[in-house]
Ligand binder design. Structure first.
Ligand code: FE2
Ligand code: FE2
Length: 222
């Protein structure tokens, strides 16, 4: 049986690893199409590199927040009401999706390094904010918590779509990563919905969009 202390330690360990340890992806980084590898590739200009770096930094922050959300929601599930088996199964569902987000985090960091860019300097702040929001969503009950996952993943999907429009067309490496992330986020939303996630009120959806806008605008720069 997982106690409150156990659950808190699991969450603290995850926070420290997300913010301060290098991440190892469980899956290989999505690859660049073969014709591009064979030399039909135009190098990125300095401006294009800077733009791609800023966009991948925003995506990296999104993945830091995803780690915080899944970890805090799993923590809330473990200490919430219900049978031990059921609570543990919900927490495991959230952690499994979080594991795929670790791949995203590692891929974004790898691409940031390749572009000569860097992660956001405010990552601890983003993590703390997202952790608090996830904890609140988790305390509102299983179906709301899963509904929050559905809405978050849908908004991330739309955001990644906009990045596919904005990334330089010849930045195949970033585009391959973003396209795979998008496919994963679509599946995360579907799985959370199938697990019983409810539709969140429009006002909540709008507030989430506004909060994400603040985060993406700042992370684009620092
Ligand atoms: Fe992700
Ligand atoms: Fe996701």
């Amino acid at each position: 049986m997982t106690t409150l202390v156990d659950a808190t330690l699991i969450a603290a360990d995850s926070a420290l690893r997300t913010l301060f340890a290098p991440h190892r992806a469980g899956r290989a980084c999505p690859t660049v199409p073969e014709p591009v590898q064979a030399g039909q590739n135009t190098p990125l200009s300095t401006e294009e590199k800077a733009l791609a770096g800023a966009l991948m930094r925003v995506n990296h922050v999104g993945e830091i927040c995803a780690q915080a959300l899944y970890t805090s929601q799993a923590l809330a599930a473990r200490v919430g009401p219900g049978t031990t088996a059921h609570k543990e199964s919900l927490a495991r569902h959230l952690e499994a999706a979080g594991q795929e987000e670790t791949d995203h985090l590692a891929w974004c960091k790898q691409r940031l390094d390749e572009l000569g860019s860097h992660p956001s300097l405010l990552n601890p702040l983003w993590y703390a904010g997202a952790f608090g929001i996830g904890l609140l969503a988790g305390r509102l009950g299983e179906r709301v918590s899963l509904g929050f996952v559905v809405e978050t993943e849908r908004q991330v999907e739309a955001h990644l779509d906009s990045h596919l429009d904005r990334l330089p067309p010849q930045d195949h490496a970033s585009r391959a990563i973003v396209a795979q992330m998008k496919a994963d986020e679509v599946r995360h939303a579907k799985e959370a919905q199938q697990a019983g996630g409810v539709e969140l009120p429009l006002l909540v959806q709008k507030t989430m969009r506004s909060a994400a806008k603040v985060m993406t605008t700042i992370a684009h720069r620092v």
